[in-house]
Design a protein around this ligand. Structure first.
Ligand SMILES: [Cu+2]
Length: 469
C-alpha cells in the first residue's frame, strides 16, 4: 500500500469510528460489501455484491430473530445499504443524509432492531448509482412456523458493461439535444416511453438465459418462488412455463391467493411470491422474466431429475406490452388496513423536464425539497398523479402502504411498499403514520432517482440530526 492510499484508508477508518456499531447482545451476521467477478455474455464483468463471509448473498432469517447485522464496507468508496420493505427505526434505514451518514470506505456499521413481519424483501445500496453495479441482494424473512415447501429465490437484474456515471451523463446530454423538440414526456396522448437505457444483458441470479440456473425440483411438488426485481430500471412480465401458478404475496405481504393465467407484471423493486405446482413425471419448466417493451428475457429453469432441458431463446417472439394496473386493481390483501377515512391527504404530482433530464416529485428536485410533513398516528393518503410519459415505480420507506385508488376508482387493494404509477395515471396509497422519523419517498427507477425524483416524509417533532445539514 502506498502512502497516499494508506492515508486515505486511515482517514476512512477514523471517519467510520464516528459511527460505531451498537454493542450487540449477540454476534451479528456479517455482510461484506465487496467487488466480485461474474460472467456475462462470455465476458468477465466486475460487479459489486453483498455477501456473508461464506459467500452467501444477502440474508435469510427467521422473523422471531432480531435483525442484527454488521455491514462491512470493503469497497474503495462510501456506501450505505437500505433494507427494502422493512420498517426499522429510521436511523437504521440506510438512506444517506436522510437516516444516517454513509459508511466510509473500509469502515463498518451495525444494525439491530426487531423484525415485525415475514416475507420477501431485498437490500441494496442507496448511494449514487451503486445499485446498477449489483450492490444488492435478497433479504428473506421466514415465518415463525417453518414450511416444508421448497423455496427458490429469483433475483432479477438489468446489466450494463458501461460505467453508470457515463450512462447518466449520456442521458443528460441526449436530453439536452432533444430540447429543441417538444418533450415526449409532457405530450398528451403520445406513446409511453419505456426504457431510458439499452442494457447489455438481463440476469436472473447473476446468469443470462444462455446459461440459466437449473434448479432441481420434485415431480408432483409445490415450489414457492420468491421473485425479486432488483433491476435498476427494468419492469418485467413473468411467466411460469405452463405450470399452475398462484400468487400469494406481493412485496412480502400476503394477498388472497390468485391464480395467474397470463404473465405477471413486476415493476422495479417489487417482489412476488408464487406457488407453482409441478405435475407428476419428468419435466423442465422455465420461469421467465421478459423485459417490458422488449423481446429480451432472463430466467431460471425448474427441472425434475432426468428431465431433458432444452435451450431457451433469450429473445421472445414479440416485444412485450407496457405494464399496466389490471393486476393491481384485482389484488386483495390478507392484512388490510382498518377501513378508515384519511386524516391527512397530500397530492404528489410526478413530473419531468426532458430538456434537462430532471425528474420531480412535488415539482421539486431532490435534495432541494420541502418534506411532506405528517403527524404521528394518523391515517395518511398520498395521491400520486403521473403527468409524464414514463411509468414510475414509487417506493415509500419505513411503512407498508395499501393501494386505495387508481384514477377515480376507490378500492381496498394490496398492502405493499412499491407501486407502479403508469403514464398519465393517478394512484393513491394509504398508511398509518406509526414509525416516527424521516423517510425517503422516491421513484425506484435509478436514473429517475439520480435525476432528482425523491422527497422525504417527515414526522412533526423529529429533531434534525447534525449530519443532515
Ligand atoms: Cu421514475
Amino acid at each position: 500500500m502506498d502512502r497516499r492510499s494508506f492515508l486515505k484508508s486511515a482517514a476512512a477508518v477514523a471517519a467510520g469510528a464516528l459511527a460505531p456499531p451498537p454493542a450487540f447482545a449477540a454476534p451479528p451476521t456479517i455482510l461484506n460489501l465487496d467487488t466480485r467477478i461474474i460472467e456475462v455474455n462470455g465476458k468477465a464483468a466486475s460487479v459489486f455484491g453483498i455477501m456473508q463471509p461464506d459467500g452467501t448473498p444477502g440474508l435469510s432469517i427467521d422473523v422471531t430473530q432480531p435483525f442484527r447485522v454488521e455491514v462491512r464496507n470493503n469497497l474503495d468508496r462510501i456506501s450505505l445499504i437500505h433494507w427494502h420493505g422493512l420498517t426499522p427505526p429510521y436511523r437504521q434505514d440506510g438512506v444517506p443524509y436522510v437516516s444516517a451518514p454513509p459508511i466510509p470506505a473500509g469502515a463498518a456499521q451495525g444494525y439491530d432492531f426487531p423484525l415485525a413481519f415475514s416475507g420477501t424483501f431485498w437490500m441494496h445500496s442507496h448511494v449514487g448509482l451503486q445499485e446498477q453495479e449489483l450492490l444488492s441482494a435478497p433479504l428473506i424473512i421466514h415465518e415463525a412456523t417453518p414450511s416444508s415447501t421448497q423455496e427458490v429465490v429469483v433475483m432479477l437484474h438489468d446489466f450494463t458493461f458501461e460505467n453508470p456515471d457515463d450512462i447518466f451523463a449520456q442521458l443528460r446530454n441526449q436530453a439536452g439535444k432533444a430540447s429543441a423538440q417538444p418533450a415526449a414526456m409532457t405530450m398528451q396522448g403520445a406513446k409511453p416511453d419505456l426504457n431510458d437505457v439499452d442494457y447489455d444483458a438481463f440476469l436472473a441470479n447473476d446468469r443470462t438465459l444462455a446459461d440459466p440456473a437449473i434448479v432441481k425440483a420434485d415431480p408432483a411438488s409445490t415450489v414457492r418462488l420468491r421473485i425479486i426485481n432488483g433491476s435498476a430500471a427494468s419492469n418485467y412480465w413473468i411467466s411460469f412455463g405452463g405450470l399452475r401458478a398462484t400468487l400469494v404475496a406481493v412485496d412480502g405481504t400476503g394477498v388472497q391467493p390468485m391464480q395467474i393465467t397470463s404473465p405477471l407484471p413486476l415493476a422495479v423493486a417489487q417482489r412476488a411470491d408464487i406457488l407453482v405446482d409441478l405435475p407428476s413425471g419428468a419435466g423442465a419448466y422455465p420461469v421467465l422474466a421478459q423485459v417490458e417493451g422488449k423481446r429480451e428475457r432472463s430466467g431460471i429453469v425448474l427441472a425434475t431429475t432426468g428431465a431433458a432441458i432444452a435451450r431457451i431463446d433469450p429473445l421472445a417472439a414479440q416485444p412485450s406490452p407496457p405494464l399496466d394496473l389490471s393486476l393491481e386493481r384485482a389484488l386483495v390483501s390478507t392484512e388490510p388496513l382498518a377501513p378508515k377515512p384519511a386524516d391527512i391527504t397530500r397530492d404528489v404530482p410526478l413530473t419531468g423536464d426532458m430538456a434537462a433530464y430532471v425528474w420531480m416529485m412535488n415539482n421539486q428536485v431532490y435534495p432541494n425539497i420541502t418534506p411532506i410533513m405528517v403527524t404521528a398516528n394518523r391515517r395518511v393518503e398520498l395521491v400520486m398523479q403521473n403527468k409524464t410519459m414514463m411509468s414510475h415505480p414509487m417506493h415509500l420507506h419505513g411503512h407498508r402502504f395499501q393501494v386505495v385508488g387508481i384514477d377515480a376508482d376507490r378500492f381496498q387493494g394490496a398492502v405493499r411498499d412499491t407501486v407502479l404509477v403508469p403514464p398519465q395515471k393517478t394512484v393513491a396509497i394509504a398508511f398509518e403514520s406509526d414509525n416516527p422519523g424521516r423517510w425517503a419517498f422516491h421513484c425506484h427507477n435509478l436514473w429517475h432517482l439520480e435525476a432528482g425524483m425523491m422527497t422525504v416524509v417527515d414526522y412533526e417533532g423529529i429533531p434534525m440530526p447534525k449530519y443532515l445539514g
